[in-house]
Write a protein that binds this ligand. Structure first.
Ligand code: NAD
Length: 402
């Protein structure tokens, strides 16, 4: 497994080859402001005690409070959190929102915990990270295996321990607990807006075939939204396996089937394929929505999609970027494609601080305007510097940060 932080640093170096930036600025960008590691003791339901490792990386707050999700995953470690925090700094700059970059995590497979254990672990992370957190300091959100319920526990723990009661210290909360309308779908909706803003320039008109890796919050909503926008979803996957049907899958039915059985595998009328096969299927759009390092030097030459829309963070390695570019496959980079999530998180933060409640229509209208504008800025940069969209996006972010 490649080190995602090395990949992220490489991406910066590759952007600097195209446009020069002051050395001191680049050095600064390559070093996170703060890396915190905590031990979280947890009393398990059977009375035994286990210690879990928790992380928060505050990468850069030049443009606003540190902002970024918390990941619960058995492979989460400081390298991964460092990479994700660096991408958040760049992403917030691409989206042009007043936030800096941060990320958090716990090394744990949450599927092995009871609800009670999960709640206490979430509260433990907040207690350990308390000195860092606050609406103008560091504002976490959900990421892989964390959700609105976990944000509710976290904000509750935070409010028990402080006088700050605006709710603005955590975003991605349920709408019933000071969350924003539209936050749940925001990452995927932002991805669709970005895609629609670029498709004409990239010669991707008409109804297209779509393959999606990962059927969680981001992948599931992307599947529903792309289907509703007139495209055909021909393959889907989760951590247990992958399925396809060239005639198109009914996304709502697959999601229901997964809810009942725990996986997409076995969905009636679909053919089971391997997770690696899914990535190399012939299709128009490939949407990685799971984890890092999925498209690598090994499989990039076999990718047949016309466009890769990175809703996951870090799914494509720098080596794979070069192979895809040479093949004429467009890659819409994560720091643009999935920036709708942090953008609506920022709307949530703003609503909490002002005591406002925006309608879903208002949220999506503001999101659309932003995504279209920044997608075009990234495209313009890639053309100006005769490079790929990733370097176009990195340059845009670095111009704003420097
Ligand atoms: P999630 O936990 O809701 O879903 C993750 C999905 O990936 C699950 O369906 C899981 O089964 C699947 N998965 C895991 N390993 C897999 C594998 N090897 N092959 C296929 N599927 C696999 O998480 P999420 O919030 O949807 O996040 C997904 C990605 O999107 C992550 O990279 C995350 O950082 C990124 N992202 C999320 C948000 C957000 O708002 N949640 C915002 C920006 C970026």
């Amino acid at each position: 497994m490649q080190n995602p932080f090395e990949n992220a640093l490489n991406q910066i170096k590759r952007a600097v080859e195209v446009k020069e930036f002051p050395k001191s600025f680049i050095e600064r960008l390559m070093h996170p402001d703060r890396q915190v590691r905590i031990s979280i003791p947890l009393v398990m339901d059977d009375g035994t005690e286990k210690i879990f490792e928790g992380y928060r990386v505050e990468h850069n707050n030049k443009r606003g409070p540190y902002k970024g999700g918390i990941r619960f995953h058995q492979d989460a470690d400081m390298n991964e959190v460092n990479a994700l925090a660096l991408w958040m700094t760049l992403k917030c700059a691409v989206a042009n929102i007043p936030m800096g970059g941060g990320k958090g995590g716990i090394t744990v497979d949450p599927k092995t915990l009871s609800q009670n254990e999960l709640e206490n672990l979430s509260r433990g992370w907040v207690r350990g990270m308390l000195p860092l957190l606050g609406p103008y300091k560091d504002v976490p959100a959900p990421d892989v295996n964390t959700n609105g319920q976990i944000m509710s526990w976290m904000v509750d723990e935070y409010e028990k321990l402080t006088d700050e009661k605006s709710g603005a210290t955590f975003t991605g909360k349920p709408v019933s607990n000071r969350g924003s309308e539209g936050r749940e779908e925001a990452t995927s909706m932002g991805g669709l807006y970005v895609f629609n803003a670029l498709r004409e320039s990239l010669n991707l008109e008409g109804s297209l075939s779509v393959v999606i890796q990962g059927l969680g919050n981001v992948g599931g909503n992307a599947a529903l939204l792309f289907e509703a926008d007139g495209h055909k979803i021909i393959a889907l996957s989760d951590s247990k396996g992958a399925i396809m049907n060239e005639e198109g899958l009914s996304v709502k039915d697959v999601i229901e089937f997964k809810k009942q059985t725990g996986s997409v595998v076995g969905f009636p009328g679909s053919k089971e394929i391997s997770q690696s096969e899914l990535l190399t299927l012939a299709c128009d759009i490939l949407i990685p929505s799971a984890l890092e390092n999925q498209i690598t030097a090994e499989n990039a030459k076999d990718i047949k999609a016309r466009l890769v829309l990175e809703l996951a963070n870090g799914p494509t390695t720098p080596e794979a970027d070069d192979i895809l570019f040479a093949k004429g496959i467009y890659v819409v980079p994560d720091i643009l494609a999935n920036s709708g999530g942090v953008t609506v998180s920022t709307f949530e933060w703003e609503q909490n601080l002002k005591g406002e409640k925006w309608t879903k229509e208002e949220v999506f209208e503001k999101l659309k305007e932003k995504m279209e504008k920044e997608a075009n800025n990234v495209l313009d940069n890639s053309r100006k510097y005769e490079t790929d969209l990733r370097r176009g996006a990195f340059i845009l972010a670095m111009e704003r940060l420097s």
